[in-house]
Design a protein around this ligand. Sequence first.
Ligand code: LMR
Length: 334
Amino acid sequence: MFQSVTKAFTVLGISAALLATPVFAEPIVIKFSHVVALDTPKGQAAEFFKKRGEELTQGKVKIEVYANSSLYKDKEEMEALQLGAVQMLAPSLAKFGPLGAKEFEVFDLPFIFHDYNDLHKVTKGPVGQKLLAKLEPMGIKGLAYWDNGFKSFSANHPIKTPDDLKAKKLRIQSSKVLEEQMRELKAIPQTMAFSEVYQALQTGVVDGTENPISNFYTQKMNEVQKYLTITDHGYLGYAVIVNKKFWEELPADIRGQLETAMAEATDYANKIAKDKNDQDLEAVKASGKTEVTVLTPEERAVWRKALIPVHDKMANRIGKETIEAVYQAVGFVK
Ligand code: LMR
């Protein structure tokens, strides 16, 4: 059949080579869904990846980025990835537990990282790679870690000591470690999709929450939270993940170009994350709507002491081996 069609086209002066390489081939589409604003470390890195990925593949790949939960909310986006309705996501590391990858909740342990330098010893090293490999049986391939920042507590009443959060309803991401963290403070944890947090704070469904400042500011939480205390008590960042089957079935040259674009986007994300959080803290202060409290080292030590027991309590869930591997990588001392 193909031969007779080829022959007919050859008669018409069209070469078989042209037939074999369609000139107007449709681009491969990558739908990349995420839940934060454009002007955040993740939002900017996703745009960077789109630009570089399309450039390097010379239009053979079209990358559609859907920001701000405009396509899917937290839980739905994980399901959509596994079903192949989207190809790429960058969920917070706190959102892998419900998939069964409980080891990722090691990143949620309070005070486990002193700073970005500590964090990178994990995300840029063998421990981070080993964790990403755990996603493969779930049909997911982990491509990279993207930084965001360290979380602080906010509420509509002043927060100075752990006691100030007692009996308060606090929104958390879907992580059992974060649930335990709030229980340790005698607070009431409320798991909720990111897209619903602003309204929940506005209507008083929850009293407060924890966020890196870039998320706090770009979701306009400063309009609905009177107090923000810089506790830096835990880390929030991302794993960029793709549908494994989709990724492995890409032509090797295209996959290689996308890997290059991802490596560049990762450098970019990790370069801008701290600055973005610092700038947004200044913007929160300038807005005059939220009073910002910076703790002294002694005051912060009280929070650390209150929250460190979460490590042992969650050891069975996360896995002692994973916690030990992170402790070793960062030289953690209790
Ligand atoms: C949250 O739900 O608070 C964060 O995971 C949102 C995000 O993606 O940074």
